[in-house]
Ligand binder design. Structure first.
Ligand SMILES: Nc1ncnc2c1ncn2[C@@H]1O[C@H](COP(=O)(O)OP(=O)(O)O)[C@@H](O)[C@H]1O
Ligand SMILES: [Mg+2]
Length: 176
């Protein structure tokens, strides 16, 4: 693979329209892996690099594994601040856990902080009401309201505590 000068922390000050196009790339990349039966388990900005061609590349398959759609796993792997609830609670999970991390990245893109910080305590994760925060936050920039609404929808979908519903409507959301 070629040298990639940026990861997705850097574009934090890019405009919302651009960020939305990056998010779509990440979702398409994760769907591509899932269709190949690969679960990544460590989707985070440090593991998404931007090449000189302007396209994002998912790297670091250290925690990834082959996984069938119907299989359920229990190992807790990943990074602090990103562990989805079922991993923290030592419950069985499926491919949809990768969408939790996408939700965290989208939240970061919109609000410039990580919703759960570095915490992977279930109490902290439940205490911060992401949906309420996202709903009530007022954005000044009306020009980008379409993209802001799209990213909000992705956050709702990805940070869903119900793993079976998580990410289910992503394909529809990112159609436009
Ligand atoms: N092709 C590349 N171009 C530029 N930087 C890279 C490249 N591959 C890896 N890196 C840098 O090295 C870091 C660690 O690589 P990674 O494969 O994620 O290993 P680790 O398991 O240590 O996290 C990445 O977060 C990135 O900053
Ligand atoms: Mg890494």
């Amino acid at each position: 693979m070629e040298y990639c000068p940026l990861n997705i922390i850097e574009p934090i000050n890019f405009n919302i329209k651009k960020k939305y196009s990056y998010i779509k790339q990440i979702i398409n990349g994760v769907n591509f892996l899932h269709n190949l039966g690969i679960i990544h388990r460590d989707i985070k900005p440090e593991n998404i690099l931007c090449g000189n061609d302007g396209n994002f590349k998912i790297i670091d398959f250290g925690f990834s594994d082959l996984f069938s759609t119907f299989e359920k796993k229990k190992e807790a792997l990943g990074s602090y601040g990103y562990f989805p609830p079922e991993m923290i609670l030592n419950k069985r999970y499926n491919l949809n856990i990768d969408f939790w991390n996408i939700g965290i990245i989208c939240f970061y893109f919109l609000f410039k902080f990580f919703p759960f910080g570095k915490s992977s305590e279930i109490g902290d994760i439940k205490q911060f009401d992401v949906n309420k925060f996202v709903k009530e936050y007022h954005f000044e920039n009306e020009k980008y309201s379409f993209f802001i609404e799209k990213i909000k929808e992705i956050i709702y979908s990805c940070l869903n505590f119900d793993i079976n519903q998580r990410g289910k409507d992503l394909k529809d959301i990112i159609k436009e």
